[in-house]
Design a protein around this ligand. Structure first.
Ligand code: UDX
Ligand code: UDX
Ligand code: ADP
Length: 464
C-alpha cells in the first residue's frame, strides 16, 4: 500500500518537526499538519520561517524547503482527516490534574477527542498512528472508539513512538538510532499497515534500523527508554550529592564509569535536575500502570527516580539560601536560563521553575534571562504552580533581555540552563557589577571553577 496523504493532528514539539522531516524526505507524499490552536498554525505558516512557533536548530531550513510544496499547516482538521490514508496523532498527553490518577496517570482526553473526530469524519479505511507517548494499551482504547463510533470503515492502529530529543530534533529525525513501529503484525491487514509506515521511513532510514513489534511492546518500549534515561540522570545526581560531601568530583566519576562500555558515556551529566515534557510524565505513568497491576515494588523502584529529581532541584535552591547567610529575603538573584535544556524554547517541567518558586517563597527578588524563552511563558510557568498571585509573580520576577542586565547589582547568579552563550560571557565584567561577596551557582557544570574563583566569585557547582 502506497501512502499518498498524511495528516498529523497536533502541531507541537513532536508533530511539527517530525512531519517537516517526513515531508522533506518524501516529496511525493502530501503532509498536512493540523491543530486547533489558530495562533500556532498561523506561526507555522509565517512567511518568515524564523518565526515558526518552536525553536529548534535546523528546522527553519527544512520547513522552508517543504512548506507549500508537500507540507501544509492548517486548522481544518476535518478536511485533513478526510483526505488522509494515514493519520498521526501527536497531541499532548499531560499528567492528569484531577480525579482518578491525579498527578500520575496520563490525561487521554485530547487523544480521545481525536479518535472521536476521526471516527465521525472518516469515509474510507485509515491507518491511525499513535505518535504521542501513551500508557500501554491505549491503542486498544483507540480502536474501541474508532470501531464503535465510526462509519463502518476499517482502522489499523499503529504505535510509532517518537524518540527525538528537543534541541537536536532535526538531527535525531534525520539519523535516528532506530524507528519503532508497533502493529497488529499477526494479521494480513495489520502487516500491510506496518509495511506502509516502514516504507515511509525507508525513504531515508536504513532498513536495519526500522524495528517492528507488536503494539504493546512498542508502547512499553517508549516508556522504558524514557525511564532508563531519566534514571541515569537521577543516579548521577544522587552521586553528585555524595561527591560534595566526600571531595570526589562528579564529572570525574561520570567519566570513569562512562568509559565502561557496559555503562556508556552518554546521559551521565549531573545537573540541577531533569525537566522536559516526557521524563516525569512517562515515569509517573509507569508508576501508575505498575500500581494498577498490583506491582508495588516495581512502582516504588521507578518512583524513586522522580523523588531524587525533586530532591536535586530543592537541594540546589536550598544551597543558594544557605550560602547567602540563610536568607535571600529582598536579595536580587539572577537566573541564567529558563528552558529545560539548551537549544530549545520549551520550558515544560524545567528545573528553573522550581528553583525560582523556592527562592520566591524565601522572598527573593528574581531576575531571569533566557536567550529563547518569551517573557509571557516565564510568568505562565510560575502562575501555573498556583503558589502565589499573578500580581505577586509579576512584582517579584523581572525578565530581561541580556545576561549583563540580569546580573547587575545581583547578590547571586545561578546558571540553570547550559546555553553555550553563558560560557562566553565576560565574567570579569559581571563580577565587577555584582554586589560582594559575589556568589555564583552553577547548576549545569557549565563554568570552569578555577577561572571563576580567580576572578573573585564565591563559586558553587553541582557535584564538586
Ligand atoms: C561485577 C562487575 O561486572 C565487575 O566490573 C566488578 O569488577 C565485579 O562485579 P561479576 O560479579 O564477576 O563482575 O560479574 P557480572 O558479569 O557483572 O555479573 C554480575 C551478576 O549480574 C551475575 O549474577 C549476572 O548473571 C547478572 N547479570 C548481568 C544479569 O542478570 N543481567 C545482565 O544483563 C548482566
Ligand atoms: C527526552 C528523550 O531523550 C527523548 O528520546 C524522548 O523522545 C523525549 O524525552 P527531551 O526531554 O527532549 O528528550 O531531552 P533530553 O535531552 O532527554 O533531556 C531531558 C532532561 O534531562 C533535560 O532537562 C536535560 O538537561 C536533562 N539531562 C540530560 C541531564 O540533566 N543530564 C544528562 O546527562 C542528560
Ligand atoms: P508535544 O510535545 O507532544 O508535541 P505540544 O503541546 O507541543 O506537545 O503539542 C500538542 C498540540 O496538539 C498542541 O498544539 C495542541 O493545540 C494540539 N491539540 C490538542 N488536541 C487537539 C485536537 N483535538 N485537535 C487538534 N489539535 C489538538
Amino acid at each position: 500500500m502506497n501512502i499518498k496523504n498524511i495528516c498529523c493532528i497536533g502541531a507541537g514539539y513532536v508533530g511539527g518537526p517530525t512531519m517537516a522531516v517526513i515531508a522533506q524526505k518524501c516529496p511525493e507524499i502530501n503532509v498536512t499538519v493540523v491543530d486547533i490552536n489558530e495562533e500556532r498554525i498561523k506561526a507555522w505558516n509565517d512567511e518568515n520561517v524564523e518565526n515558526i512557533p518552536i525553536y529548534e536548530p535546523g528546522l527553519p531550513e527544512v520547513v522552508k524547503e517543504a512548506r507549500g510544496r508537500n507540507l501544509f499547516f492548517s486548522t481544518d482538521v476535518d478536511a485533513a482527516i478526510d483526505k488522509a490514508d494515514m493519520i498521526f496523532i501527536s497531541v499532548n498527553t499531560p499528567t492528569k490534574t484531577y480525579g482518578i490518577g491525579k498527578g500520575m496517570a496520563a490525561d487521554l482526553k485530547f487523544i480521545e477527542l481525536c479518535a472521536r473526530q476521526i471516527a465521525r469524519v472518516a469515509k474510507d479505511d485509515k491507518i491511525v498512528v499513535e505518535k504521542s507517548t501513551l500508557p500501554v494499551r491505549t491503542a486498544e482504547a483507540l480502536k474501541n472508539i474508532l470501531d464503535n463510533t465510526g462509519n463502518g470503515v476499517n482502522y489499523q492502529i499503529l504505535s510509532n513512538p517518537e524518540f527525538l530529543a528537543e534541541g537536536t530534533a532535526v538531527d535525531d529525525l534525520m539519523n535516528p538510532d532506530r524507528v519503532l513501529i508497533g502493529g497488529d503484525i499477526d494479521t494480513a491487514k495489520g502487516k500491510e499497515a506496518v509495511d506502509a509506515l516502514v516504507d515511509v521511513y525507508a525513504h531515508w532510514v536504513p532498513r536495519e534500523r526500522l524495528l517492528t513489534t507488536n503494539v504493546w511492546s512498542s508502547e512499553l518500549s517508549k516508556l522504558t527508554a524514557n525511564a532508563f534515561l531519566a534514571q541515569r540522570v537521577s543516579s548521577i545526581n544522587a552521586m553528585s550529592e555524595l561527591c560534595e560531601k566526600t571531595g570526589a568530583d562528579v564529572n570525574e566519576v561520570s567519566k570513569a564509569v562512562g568509559m565502561d562500555s557496559r555503562i556508556g558515556a552518554k546521559f551521565l551529566k549531573s545537573s540541577v535536575g531533569f525537566g522536559g515534557s516526557c521524563f516525569q510524565k512517562d515515569i509517573l505513568n509507569l508508576v501508575y500502570i505498575s500500581k494498577s497491576f498490583g506491582l508495588h515494588e516495581v512502582a516504588d523502584y521507578w518512583e524513586q527516580v522522580i523523588i531524587m529529581n525533586d530532591h536535586q532541584k530543592r537541594r540546589f535552591a536550598a544551597k543558594i539560601v544557605q550560602t547567602l547567610f540563610n536568607t535571600v529575603s529582598g536579595k536580587k538573584i539572577a537566573l541564567l536560563g529558563w528552558a529545560f535544556k539548551k537549544d530549545t524554547n520549551d520550558t515544560r517541567e524545567s528545573a528553573a521553575i522550581y528553583v525560582a518558586d523556592y527562592l520566591l517563597n524565601e522572598q527573593a527578588e528574581i531576575v531571569v534571562y533566557d536567550p529563547k524563552v518569551k517573557t509571557e511563558q516565564i510568568y505562565a510557568d510560575l502562575d501555573y504552580l498556583n503558589t502565589r498571585s499573578l500580581e505577586e509573580n509579576r512584582a517579584r520576577v523581572t525578565v530581561v533581555d541580556g545576561a549583563y542586565e540580569a546580573t547587575k547589582d545581583a547578590h547571586a547568579v545561578a546558571v540553570l540552563t547550559e546555553w553555550d552563550e553563558f560560557k562566553e560571557l565576560d565574567w570579569q565584567k559581571i563580577y565587577k557589577e555584582m554586589l560582594k561577596p559575589a556568589f555564583l551557582f552553577d547548576g549545569r557544570r557549565l563554568l570552569e571553577r578555577k577561572t571563576k574563583e580567580g576572578i573573585g566569585f564565591e563559586f558553587y557547582a553541582i557535584g564538586s
